[in-house]
Design a protein around this ligand. Structure first.
Ligand code: NAD
Length: 456
């Protein structure tokens, strides 16, 4: 399989991909190895993850460069991801033992009855991953899954394969047996082969379209299927917001990682009285973003990882223009090598336009004028997705009241595009099923078992 550099489309490497037969063999080996791994004391598995963390720290710069070369993520943002992932790993290291410990919930000597809950590993899990934050979305799954005693068949995205191979090498060097964490390399076809294996659970991060296929393929097997999917995340700016601060925060939320985050801001609604001032401040903020070669330290917006997305963005702009939107910035691919699309800001958009309905996943945003809070709520909820929703307002009660009426896994007041290891990460509707992160994101890799123990 050829790996291309999205900044130039030049070949970077060729790697051997898996086949149906090698996927099957990896599954069998993972099944055979899982029991012994699960029998280790939890603290030993946590120690292995501590060593994995140390390796990331030691190799941070070269891992960041590998990530940038294959995904096109600006180098400063690749470093941010590697720094950010340490906090997530620390959360799991700190909390896993307590979450996984058995809990006695009733001890009644008179009735000679004890009731307790144990957390059993699920067994062999398939982890099919996305390319946009391979360290974040990968560790959210395989770190707690391994600590909980599962073996993991890890399929990195075909657009982040070199990073996936590095992750596997670091885990093996840290003490995870090769059969307990096996990388499965290839495109969606290899992913589909992995889904066919009799695994005990599937944890998928990616698009709604693929998630839908995986859920359908696994449906009859009565196994756990957890899906972290896309979004069309809305933000609403109220008339009592700090307009310049909101514009700067939302410009970052829409364009960071070249707009390729599951929780990128994808739609902005602004109350009529501040619409002109907000739009001007927003455009100013976006003009300040440097577009360029991702290895350049000053670059904030790089190429799109997937060349095919250029067509989607071009189509969304053409559709919006045809229906009356005004292009304030950008609007087309850049004439240079690589998959570059100019940072694009559209105003006077509405919900008949694809740009306000379909995930854009690129450096493009529509800003729509709304009359009041109720109008904003109606539009924010007019989507099949529900990953995050943000409100910018001076008054906390007003903001939380609006957020309470919206449907999303995460709710933000005066912030956006933010993930915390302490909070559950989840989606509603087409944004997915299940939870990662927080203590719930540790429990999710276990089967909770109830014990009813009565002494004779
Ligand atoms: P994708 O759906 O194209 O691919 C994801 C993975 O699925 C890849 O590893 C791919 O090889 C594999 N795959 C493709 N077809 C398959 C099949 N039929 N069976 C099994 N596996 C298959 O998504 P992507 O382009 O890698 O990622 C971008 C999407 O991911 C966006 O929609 C984004 O919003 C979403 N995402 C969501 C979250 C979240 O936390 N909710 C995080 C990151 C990305």
């Amino acid at each position: 399989m050829r790996i291309l550099n999205p900044a130039t489309n030049a070949p970077l490497a060729t790697v051997k991909h898996d086949t149906a037969a090698t996927v099957r063999n990896k599954y069998r080996a993972a099944r055979a190895a899982q029991g012994k791994w699960a029998q280790l004391p939890c603290e030993q598995r946590i120690d292995v993850i501590r060593r994995f963390r140390d390796r990331i720290v030691a190799r941070r710069e070269d891992l960041a460069r590998t990530l940038t070369s294959e995904v096109g993520k600006p180098l400063t943002q690749a470093r941010n991801e590697l720094n950010g992932v340490l906090g997530r790993i620390d959360f799991f290291i700190e909390h896993a033992a307590a979450v996984l410990a058995e809990k006695v919930v009733l001890a009644d000597p008179a009735a000679r009855l004890e009731e307790k809950i144990s957390h059993e590993p699920l067994g062999v899990i398939a982890n099919i991953s996305a390319w946009n934050y391979p360290y974040f979305v990968g560790t959210n799954v395989f770190v707690p899954a391994l600590i909980a005693g599962n073996s993991v068949l890890y399929k990195p995205s075909e657009f982040a394969t070199l990073t996936g191979i590095e992750i596997a090498k670091m885990l093996h060097a840290s003490g995870v047996p090769e059969d307990v964490f096996a990388p499965v390399i290839g495109t969606g076809e290899v992913g589909a082969d992995l889904v066919k294996q009799p695994v005990d659970a599937i944890f998928f991060t990616g698009s709604y379209g693929t998630g839908h296929k995986i859920a359908a393929a696994a449906g009859k097997r009565m196994i756990k299927v957890q899906l972290e999917l896309g979004g069309k995340d809305p933000a609403y700016v109220c008339d009592d917001a700090d307009i310049e601060a909101a514009a700067a925060s939302l410009a970052d939320g829409a364009f960071y990682n070249t707009g390729q985050s599951c929780c990128s801001v994808e739609r902005i609604y602004v109350q009529a009285s501040i619409y002109p001032r907000f739009t001007a401040a927003f455009v100013d903020a976006v003009r300040g973003f440097k577009v360029g070669e991702p290895l350049n330290e000053a670059t904030y917006i790089g190429p799109l990882t997937r060349r095919a997305q250029l067509t989607v963005l071009r189509r969304q702009v053409a559709d919006a223009k045809r229906k009356g939107a005004k292009v304030l910035l950008g609007g087309k691919p850049l004439t240079r090598k690589g998959n570059y699309f100019a940072p694009t800001v559209l105003r006077d958009v509405n919900h008949t336009m694809e740009v306000m309905r379909e995930e854009s996943f690129g450096p493009i945003i529509g800003i729509q004028c709304v009359t009041n809070d109720a109008h904003a709520v109606e539009l924010m909820n007019d989507t099949a997705y529900g990953l995050t929703a943000a409100v910018y307002a001076g008054d906390k009660a007003r903001a939380t009241n609006i957020l309470a009426q919206t449907s999303s896994g995460s709710a933000y007041w005066n912030c956006c595009d933010r993930v915390s290891p302490r909070l559950p990460w989840a989606g509603v509707g087409h944004s997915g099923i299940g939870v990662t992160l927080s203590t719930y994101g540790i429990e999710t890799f276990t089967r909770t078992r109830g014990w009813h123990l009565r002494s004779a």
